[in-house]
Design a binder for this molecule. Structure first.
Ligand SMILES: *Cc1c(COP(=O)(O)O)cnc(C)c1O
Ligand SMILES: [Zn+2]
Length: 411
C-alpha cells in the first residue's frame, strides 16, 4: 500500500515488509509490529481543513492514516467518535482546571475494543480471509463476535472460564463458535495461537495483528479534535496487554508529526496491583517481563504476560509516562464514584483509569491548571456482578405509605 512504508518491530526495531502477516521473525510473538506511514504522503490529504470538512462522525474520518485501501470491509456500525464529556463536578472535587471523560462504553459492543475490531475485520475482508478468531478476556471476543455477525464472517473465539456472563452472552447471541477454555486468559491466548497455526484463521489479536492498534489510535485523534486541536497534559488509561495505551500514544504522535497539534501528552498507565506487569517492568527500568499469576476483579486487564508489553514500555518511555497501581477495593469504589460524579457507568477495567486519576490527585501529582483526560474503556453493564459488589441491595418495601415513611427514615 502506497501510504505504508513498512512495519517496525516494537522489540528489536527491525523494519519489515508489509506482506509480513503477524510478528517480527527474529522476536517471534514478543515482536509485535507497528505500522509506519509515509507521512509526507499522508500530510497531503490529512489536514485540518480535511478534518473540519469531514462529516464522517466515526473512525473512518481518519481513512488517510488507516491501513486500508478501500472502504469495502467497513462495517455499517457506529464506531468511535464517542463522547468526550467535561466533568465539572470532578474538576471541583479534585481542584483541577479541566477533567474530561472519554466514554468508550458507547461503542457498538460497548468497549474500546470495537475500534480495533472494525479495522481488523475490514482488513480480513480486504485480504479475503473468511474465518477469523480471537482469544480474549471478554471484550475483544464480544467485539469480534458483533462485527463478524454484522459482516457475515465465520469466527472462533477462545475465552477463559472466568469470563463475565454478560460478555459470554454477547458471544452466544451474536452466534460465534465459542471455545470456553478450562484455564485463564494466558492459557486461552496460547491455545488460540496454536489453533491459528493449525487452521490458518485470521487472528483478531492486538498482540499479533499489527493493524488492530491502528483502529485504537483513533481515540487520540478524536480527543485532539474534540478539544479543538488542544492537547491534554495527561491521558490516563487502564492497561492490560498494553495495546490500548500504546495505540493511543501512537495516535498523538502521528497527529504531532502531521503538524496538527503542537505538543504530546504524558501517558498514564493504570494497572491493578495484582496484575501489573507493564508498570512493574517500567518502574524497574527493565525490558524483561517476569511472570506473576494475575489476580484482579478487573477481568479485562487481568494479564500475566503482557502481549503488547514492548509497545507499552515504548509509549511510557517516549511520553515520559507515569505508572499507577490500584487495588481491587479502589477499583470497586471507582465504579460508584465515577457514576455518581459523571453519570458514566464503567466496568471494573473501564474505571481503573479513574481510580488511577484519584490516586494521582491524592498524591498531589496533578497540577491545578492541568487538563486531564481519562478513558473509560468499557460499559458497566458488561459486568453487573462486580458492580453489585460496590453497592448494597435495598430491602423489600411493602406498597404501603406507612411502610414507606418508616423505610425512608431509617435510610
Ligand atoms: C482490553 C481492555 C483494556 C486494556 O487494554 P490493553 O490493550 O489490553 O492494555 C482496558 N479496559 C477494557 C474494558 C478492556 O476491554
Ligand atoms: Zn524484532
Amino acid at each position: 500500500m502506497k501510504k505504508i512504508k513498512g512495519l517496525v518491530c516494537s522489540k528489536c526495531g527491525k523494519m519489515v515488509d508489509e506482506t509480513v502477516m503477524y510478528n517480527c521473525s527474529d522476536c517471534g510473538t514478543e515482536g509485535t509490529l507497528d505500522v509506519i506511514y509515509d507521512m509526507d504522503l499522508v500530510k497531503k490529504e490529512l489536514t485540518k481543513e480535511y478534518l473540519l470538512n469531514n462529516d464522517d462522525k466515526n473512525i473512518w474520518r481518519y481513512m488517510p492514516i488507516l491501513p486500508l485501501e478501500t472502504k469495502e470491509g467497513v462495517a455499517p456500525l457506529q464506531i468511535g467518535w464517542t463522547p468526550l464529556y467535561e466533568a465539572p463536578r470532578l474538576e471541583k472535587a479534585f481542584n483541577i482546571k479541566k477533567v474530561f471523560v472519554k466514554d468508550e462504553g458507547r461503542n457498538p459492543t460497548a468497549s474500546f475494543k470495537d475500534r480495533a475490531t472494525a479495522v481488523g475485520v475490514a482488513k480480513a475482508i480486504e485480504l479475503k480471509k473468511d474465518i477469523m478468531c480471537a482469544a480474549s478476556t471478554g471484550n475483544a471476543a464480544s467485539s469480534l463476535s458483533g462485527f463478524a455477525a454484522c459482516m457475515g464472517i465465520k469466527n472462533y473465539i477462545f475465552v477463559p472460564k472466568n469470563i463475565p456472563e454478560a460478555k459470554l452472552a454477547q458471544l452466544l447471541v451474536f452466534g460465534s463458535n465459542v471455545i470456553l477454555v478450562d484455564g485463564d486468559y494466558d492459557t486461552a491466548f496460547d491455545f488460540c495461537l496454536k489453533a491459528v497455526d493449525h487452521f490458518g484463521w485470521y487472528n483478531r489479536s492486538c498482540a499479533i495483528n499489527p493493524y488492530l492498534c491502528e483502529g485504537k489510535k483513533t481515540a487520540a485523534f478524536e480527543i485532539c479534535e474534540q478539544l479543538g486541536f488542544e492537547v491534554p497534559d495527561k491521558v490516563i488509561m487502564s492497561v492490560g496487554d498494553g495495546c490500548s495505551i500504546s495505540s493511543v500514544w501512537k495516535g498523538f504522535k502521528e497527529f504531532y508529526d502531521l503538524g496538527l497539534i503542537d505538543k504530546v501528552p504524558t501517558m498514564v498507565s493504570v494497572q491493578a496491583n495484582g496484575s501489573n506487569p507493564v508498570n512493574r517492568t517500567y518502574r524497574r527500568n527493565s525490558r524483561e517481563f517476569d511472570y506473576v499469576p494475575p489476580s484482579t476483579i478487573a477481568d479485562s486487564i487481568s494479564v500475566g504476560v503482557p502481549r503488547n508489553g514492548y509497545k507499552a514500555l515504548n509509549a511510557l518511555r517516549d511520553s515520559k509516562g507515569i505508572t499507577v497501581d490500584v487495588s481491587d477495593d479502589e477499583i470497586l469504589s471507582a465504579i460508584t464514584e465515577l457514576a455518581r460524579y459523571t453519570g458514566v457507568f464503567g466496568e471494573p477495567a473501564g474505571v481503573t483509569s479513574f481510580a488511577g486519576l484519584k490516586k494521582l490527585v491524592e498524591q498531589g501529582l496533578i497540577g491545578e491548571d492541568e487538563t486531564v483526560v481519562f478513558v473509560v474503556s468499557g460499559s458497566g453493564l458488561k459486568d453487573v456482578k462486580s458492580a453489585q459488589k460496590a453497592v448494597t441491595r435495598p430491602e423489600l418495601v411493602k406498597p404501603d405509605m406507612e411502610e414507606l415513611i418508616k423505610y425512608l427514615k431509617v435510610n
